[in-house]
Structures are given as structure tokens and as C-alpha cells.
Design a protein around this ligand. Sequence first.
Ligand code: PLP
Length: 380
Amino acid sequence: MTTTERAYLDWNATAPLRPQARAAMVEALDAVGNPSSVHAEGREARGIVEAAREHVAALVGSEPRHVVLTASGTEANTLALSPQTGGRWQRLLVSAIEHPSVRSGGRFPTVEEVAVTAAGVVDLDDLAKRLAEGPPALVSIMLANNETGVLQPIREAAHLVHEASGLLHVDAVQAVGRIPCDINALEADLLTLSGHKIGGPKGAGALVKRAPLDLHPLVTGGGQERGERAGTENVAAIAGFGAAANAAEANLATERAHMRGLRDQLEAGLRATPGLIVFGAEAERLPNTTLFALDGLKAETAIIRFDLDGVAVSSGAACSSGKVQPSHVLKAMGVSPALARSAVRVSLGPTSTEDDIERFRTAWITVSGTLLEKSRGMAA
Ligand code: PLP
């Protein structure tokens, strides 16, 4: 079976490379200079990096001088989660549904978790209570959850955090390119982006600041990235990230409407299955994500069945699939471990098609039918 015969519905794990990103990368591979060199070759490479930085900044309404290019979203999160220079924020609060790269706490020795509601939305009362309990905190809340797609009340959280003299970091990895994401409108102080979720290459990311802020570098050495991230830049990956950011920004409205149309169609089909639950459906969500569960379904088995039928979906966060533990996101939402173990995530992208949805629908009939037969057999 070739890839065109398959339905790739795991865009929250990673997105296919956009043609614009591929073209920019191929061209950049031939730039021989080191971006730090002053000669013509160096200046050419520098030009590629700076053009990409402009596109990344524009995607989130920031300025190029406020963009620190990193090798991943994970690195950007870790760079953000540090007692920053000046040492004003000595505590770390993160929502209970963050990506593992945030939940691990970066360079803070301890992490306090902020609760979420049953719909998967950060509990602002719990945030306010925790902020009042101690000295000014660095707070990290994602804009959109990678498993449920549920959007978080970032502006409201920003007001609470700033009233308490705190700093707000927002992991926007899953949101950017799918919904409008302007760092000033969000009132976030730091924003994390990842290239491969928007059709750029894997291994490129950025930490974006809203205003000047001295970061505590993770990697020291040369003066690259204004001394905040040493090391010769990965020019080709950065070029691809920049081109993907540019394309994502230019096409946001149409891509968003396209994804929402297909996702709603997919969900309407799924809801015909008695007992099926779509998580976070009562909250505002990304236009491309559906996380659903059916009592008695084993997600690990269902995913293999889907794969055999030519459909790529996931059982939650890609990095945690393969582990048997139920998702920490669903646990935080109060979902029972048994139901959480049956959760399947479908995530679409700008080039997803009606055929993909049809292939998924057909595969789901097999997957759910097998399951129902089995449970009937057990009851008999
Ligand atoms: N944050 C979120 C919400 C993610 O979904 C991911 C990747 O799955 C990351 C951060 C990490 O990004 P990267 O894969 O670039 O390290």
C-alpha cells in the first residue's frame, strides 16, 4: 500500500512537510557560509536565517528580535521554564494537562500543578488561589491541548498572572497555524512554537518573547541568538520552518475552515456509534482534533487495526503511545483509567481530504464492529 492510499490522520504528532518548506530547505542546503561569518557566503546564510526569523515573528505578531530559534518545541519549553536572569520568578505553576516537556519543570526543582475542569479547561479559580499562596510565579499554560484540542483561556490567565506579578509562558505548539495566535492579543510573555507541527521540518522551534526579557540560556558558547542559544544555526531547518510559518500565516483562514468542515463531518459519523464519547466537545477546541472513547475498546489494539486498514491515528500524545498508562490529560479531567485506555485521537491537517474521512469511517465500522461482537460474545 502506498502512502497515497493511506489516510494520515495524526497531524498533532507531526505534519507532512509543506512544499514551500521543502523548496526553501533544498535551496538553503547549498548556502555554504556560516551565518556568523562576515564574508559574502556568511552573509548569504545569515540572510536565510533572518528571513525565516521574520516569518516566524509575523506568524505570532511579534518582532524578529524577540524570536529565539531553537532545535525543537521541547527545547523552547525548557528554555522558558527557568528561573530567568534577575531571578524574579522562583516558583513554577503549570496546568495539569501540559506536554511532558512542560510538566517536567524545565530547570525548576519542583512543579505545582493547576487543576483543569471536566471539559479539559484550566480552572482559573485554582490558578488564582495558587498564585495568592506564594511569591511571584512563572506560569505555563498551553494554548491548545495536544490530545483533546481544547483551547485554554490564556488572556484571562494572563490577567491573573500579571496581577500577581508573575510571568506567563504559553506553549502554542498545537495552536499556531490552526487558530489565530498573536502574542500581544494573548498577553503571553513567552510563546513556544515548533516547526514540524505546521509543515516545517522536525528539529526546529522557537521561543518568542512579547517584550525584552533576558533568558537564562540552556546552551552557552558562541554569541548566536543574542547569546541566548549558542551553536551554529541549522540553516536548512530554519529556512524550512520560516517557509512553513509564512505559508501557515497566509492560508490560516482557508485551512482552518477546511479542517473544521472535515473534522465536524468525521465527528458526526462517529456520534452514530452508541455510547461514544468525544472529549472536550463542550469546550472550544482546535478545528482539527477529535479525541474519542468507547467503553470496552482497547486503544492500542484499535490503532493497530486502523493501521492495517490504512489509517494512521494515535492513542493520545505520540511520545506516550507505547506506554500502557492512561493519558495524564484525561486523568486530570477526571476520566476513569478504563475509559482513558480506550481513547483514540484523530487529528487532521490542511491537505486532509474527504477520502481520508471516508477511509476512516470504513475502518471505524470494522474496529467498532469487532469490538461489539467481542463484547456480545463475552455476554453470551
Ligand atoms: N508542546 C506540545 C503541546 C506538543 O504537542 C509537542 C509535540 O508533540 C511539543 C510541545 C514538543 O515539540 P517538539 O516535538 O518540537 O519537541
